[in-house]
Design a protein around this ligand. Sequence first.
Ligand code: CDP
Ligand code: CDP
Length: 274
Amino acid sequence: MLFVRACAPGPPALFCFLAPRIELRTARSGGATKMPRLTIAIDGPAGSGKSSLAKRVAQTLGYLYLDSGAMYRALALKALREKVALDNSLALEDLARGTHIELKPPTPEQEAAGSKNRVFLDTEEVTQAIRTAEVAQAASRLATTAGVREVLVAEQQRAGAGGGVVMEGRDIGTVVFPRAELKIFLEASPEVRAGRRWKEHQEKGEVMTLAQVLEEVRERDRRDRERKVSPLVRASDAVLVDNTAMDVEETARLVVMLAREREKELSTAAGREL
Ligand code: CDP
Ligand code: CDP
């Protein structure tokens, strides 16, 4: 059985799925109106800045942050360890059904070291272990299996139900939350994306040339875009944001502004219905 416990920082585990609702007094009605809490979907290719952006936006808005890619990575790590062939769909689906994955907020030390979600695989912490190029490649191979996606998507939908969530991945705006109130498709040039990843590898003391990282990123992008099930594609109603020349803060400011506008639109529409 696969389980994702996604907790916003602060509340005890018991309340993990209970996103706090903000109560507002509107001048018009004088009554209490609930400020809408959006579902924000962020999709894009490897290294485009999804996790950094999603985490920052969630912090600013007081939303839950969920990294769907971490789930594919955790399962891939288990498949590699248990030597399950990455083209054996039935075995991979069985593995997914028999796996327990938890996402939790990082400790302050982990946060300072760049972790955005803590990841537990069958109770073992694998936050760092899943961040290798080998696991990334295995994740993108295993992610082509329809049965695996079915299991993980159901968990993602359950974890994000109720709104007040920023989820990032490849198919969030198209498959996981097709009715998300705000969808962002994040892009950056392959060279810049590879450069960002290469820097991360350098900082961790992993020896990889920039050319190797670029090749890894290109191969994964191609597989993610060309697979039959839930390929990486921009949803028709997603806002395309190219952050090749933008830093995380600038990109987050833009997305928070879009989110506030959507919150206001929905709140006004709800007010009209009162
Ligand atoms: O989640 P995804 O693979 O899309 O990217 P990320 O992990 O958020 O970002 C990869 C690296 O690029 C991180 O080290 C970010 O700090 C960095 N980055 C950046 O330098 N400028 C941006 N606009 C976005 C991310
Ligand atoms: O951080 P980065 O963008 O490099 O990758 P990730 O988000 O951690 O995802 C690793 C792999 O999982 C991707 O290359 C995809 O193949 C797969 N994935 C997916 O298929 N669907 C998602 N919603 C998230 C990740």
